[in-house]
Design a protein around this ligand. Structure first.
Ligand code: AMP
Length: 397
């Protein structure tokens, strides 16, 4: 069976067609600037990449273009749309209702609509993608796979905020956690690499990309994670502040006469690595500024990031009563030996000893710890699309 994986943002759409017999990626691509001037599709298949630049007014237009690319006589990978057995959609927020992936139908769509207020920036685009696919592929079954679902195993003490309890019961304010597909994928892979049953392991997964989160996975289940009610909580990220004293928000709103939107914008888009360094939200630029130009604020941004990750690792080792492996994944975790080393330095007291020469890898799965390190340190390439495709196939079967 072939599964089309769709990941919709408000103005972009990532997709991948996977042959589930061997989990091989047949084609993948990205539609950018949907409903904005300069829209384009970049499609890769059979070792070739091509770009179509034309007006793409909405998600339906985008899906239409993707279907044409997949069916194209020259660079297409299928002869008929019926070869696509199912579509798997990434949906950011499933609330408490969706603790597992689910086959989409009218009732589930209503449920997802209700989750929209929990993720007003993400879920509406996910729903646009689902609606577009159901119009253009009405006979193809579809599945929603949630970023939040993996964390629904957290105990109450981890997910209830110390706020008046009615804010949880009436408004659904609690920790949900995100990057669930990535944490699930790399923790399963780590157990494979260690030759152990995941049900016997205590793992800490560090998904370090432009958005970043740490997750404690005990016996195969998420028991704690750093992102919260929204993906703003936790470690400092590319442009997000992560956890700060909440009183700062009301203080700056008052002192600077900020609106709710302006305050939100500062915390989500102008803080983190960008906010401290003043250079960029991209770690490569910030590292270059710190190393080549001796930019002190760039160095400080990196120090803050690594320090925060380290403190979460310590906290989660305590939460689980130990740790067997620390996993690094996502853009930065997979590609920056320097960041991994900085985070691991000082964790020797836990029994985690990074091997500098083994750590000198990028873009592949590897063990990075010294031979006698009690705790394994691993780098594992994440594959969220494959998690979506596997869940989709499982449910359709
Ligand atoms: P992601 O959100 O997973 O795509 O990760 C994006 C982040 O990974 C950006 O901050 C990039 O700068 C960072 N990144 C990607 N490749 C490298 C690299 N070779 N060295 C340092 N950072 C990298």
């Amino acid at each position: 069976m072939k599964v089309l994986v769709v990941n919709c943002g408000s103005s972009s759409l990532k997709y991948r067609l996977i042959n589930m017999e061997n989990e091989e990626s047949l084609a993948q691509g990205l539609v950018e600037r949907i409903s904005i001037d300069g829209s384009s599709l970049t499609h890769s298949a059979k070792g070739h990449k091509y770009v179509i630049e034309e007006p793409i007014k909405d998600h339906k237009d985008a899906i239409k273009l993707i279907i044409e690319a997949l069916l194209d006589k020259g660079h297409g990978v299928i002869k008929d749309l019926s070869e696509i057995g199912a579509v798997g959609h990434r949906v950011v927020h499933g609330g408490e209702k969706y603790a597992k992936s689910v086959i989409l139908n009218v009732e589930v769509m209503k449920g997802l609509q209700e989750c929209t207020k929990l993720a007003p920036l993400h879920n509406p685009a996910n729903l646009d993608g689902i609606n577009a696919c159901s119009l253009l592929m009405p006979n193809t079954p579809m599945v929603a796979v949630f970023d939040t679902a993996f964390h629904q195993t957290m105990p109450e003490a981890a997910y209830i905020y110390p706020l008046p309890y009615y804010l949880y019961t009436d408004l659904g304010i609690r920790k949900y956690g995100f990057h669930g597909m990535s944490h699930k994928f790399v923790s399963a892979k780590a157990a494979d690499m260690m030759g152990k049953d995941i049900k016997s392991l205590k793992l800490i997964s560090c998904h370090l990309g432009n958005g970043a989160s740490v997750c404690a996975i005990k016996n195969g289940e998420s028991i704690e994670t750093s992102m919260g009610f929204t993906p703003l909580e936790g470690i400092a990220m590319g442009t997000r502040c992560g956890s700060i004293d909440p009183a700062i928000l009301t203080y700056i709103m008052k002192e600077l006469n900020l609106t709710i939107d302006e305050a939100n914008d500062i915390m989500n888009k102008k803080s983190g690595i960008l906010g401290v360094s003043g250079v960029s939200n991209d770690f490569r630029d910030v590292e270059a500024a710190a190393m080549k130009d001796g930019n002190k604020r760039a160095q400080l941004a990196i120090d803050i990031f690594c320090y925060k990750v380290k403190t979460f690792i310590g906290a989660y080792a305590a939460a689980m009563g130990g740790v067997d492996a620390i996993i690094f994944t996502a853009g930065l975790g997979e590609n920056s030996p320097r960041t991994r080393e900085r985070i691991c330095n000082g964790l020797e007291f836990l029994g985690a000893h990074i091997d500098k020469s083994k750590n000198n890898v990028a873009g592949k799965d590897a063990e990075l710890s010294k031979k006698d390190s009690k705790i394994k340190i691993l780098v594992i390439l994440t594959n969220e699309e494959l998690v979506i495709a596997r869940d989709t196939m499982e449910l359709i079967k």
